[in-house]
Design a binder for this molecule. Structure first.
Ligand code: PMP
Length: 282
């Protein structure tokens, strides 16, 4: 595998990561995951635009242009011969002795990236998954795709220990999003999802799905709903770069709707697959 670090493409053995990297100490950085279908980056512009927005929100500059990062991502896909998979890219505030405030002397941000194969989650797409509601103890800037993922990690672990594929983050009784996904409920033909505020990450897949709903004249309400209301939805699904449109068929051990992927969810899945720019096998 060939990695990218600080302007170089290199092997894992020669990667030089400093203990003084602020990403390592503080999670002081941002990241993106971009899906690769048939050797092509999917919605790369949207992902890299969000990377720059996240960086700006934490007062960090990225020493590359959006196009340069896209070119680096493309090179990673090519040199690693990735067909279906994803690229990971992160930017930290650089290397400096451990003090909380920004480094006194300006240091260059550390940009790292790699590409790995990752098949589409066919089984989950077909059968749906179970989810568990978890108290959302995160901070109030969940719109930033930051490396600080401790609350998400703990939530996902809690879900996994209960045999669930995803945690549903609930704040003051209201469904926010998943630990690494966005959540949608469907009631009487209307698709509900949390509005894109500071309390959720505005997922790129979320945006694609909202666009597909519009194109297919499926009514959407970007409105909050409670975890109690979630249990009474006719259908439920989650979205992310890697999960695509994954049906959620059980929440906290109880079946949602019929207990199997619902008709509108399936329609959206099919529409999603149709707009992947290529025919994807494996
Ligand atoms: N919310 C959170 C907290 C996430 O980590 C992710 C995954 N990046 C998402 C939502 C989904 O975003 P996207 O569709 O851009 O992958």
């Amino acid at each position: 595998t060939i990695y990218f670090i600080d302007g170089q493409f290199t092997s894992k053995d020669s990667l030089n990561i400093s203990i003084d990297d602020r990403g390592y100490y503080f999670g002081d950085g941002v990241y993106e995951v971009v899906k690769v279908y048939d050797g092509e980056l999917y919605t790369a512009e949207e992902h890299f635009e969000r990377l720059f927005q996240s960086a700006s929100k934490i007062k960090m500059s990225i020493p590359y242009s959006e196009q340069q990062l896209i070119d680096i991502a493309k090179e990673l896909v090519k040199t690693n011969d990735i067909k279906t998979g994803h690229i990971y890219i992160q930017v930290t505030r650089g290397v400096s002795p451990r003090v909380h405030q920004f480094p006194e002397m300006e240091v260059p941000p550390v940009v790292t990236g790699y590409a790995i194969p990752n098949p589409r989650p066919y089984k989950n797409l077909e059968d749906g998954v179970s989810a568990k509601t978890v108290d959302d103890v995160r901070w109030l800037r969940c719109d930033i795709k930051s490396l600080n993922l401790l609350a998400n990690v703990l939530a996902k672990q809690e879900a996994y220990e209960d045999g669930c594929a995803e945690a549903i983050m609930v704040r003051d009784g209201v469904v926010m999003e998943g630990s690494s996904s966005n959540m949608f409920g469907i009631k009487n033909g209307v698709v509900y999802t949390h509005p894109a505020t500071n309390l959720i990450l505005n997922g790129i897949t979320r945006r694609v799905v909202l666009k597909l709903c519009k194109e297919m004249s499926i009514p959407v309400e970007e409105k909050t709903f409670t975890s109690e209301e979630a249990m009474k939805m006719d259908e439920f699904f989650m979205t992310s770069t890697t999960a695509e449109v994954t049906p959620v068929v059980k929440i906290d051990g109880k079946a949602i709707g019929s207990g199997s992927p619902g008709p509108i969810t399936k329609k959206l899945q099919e529409a999603f697959t149709r707009q992947i720019p290529v025919t994807v096998i494996g």
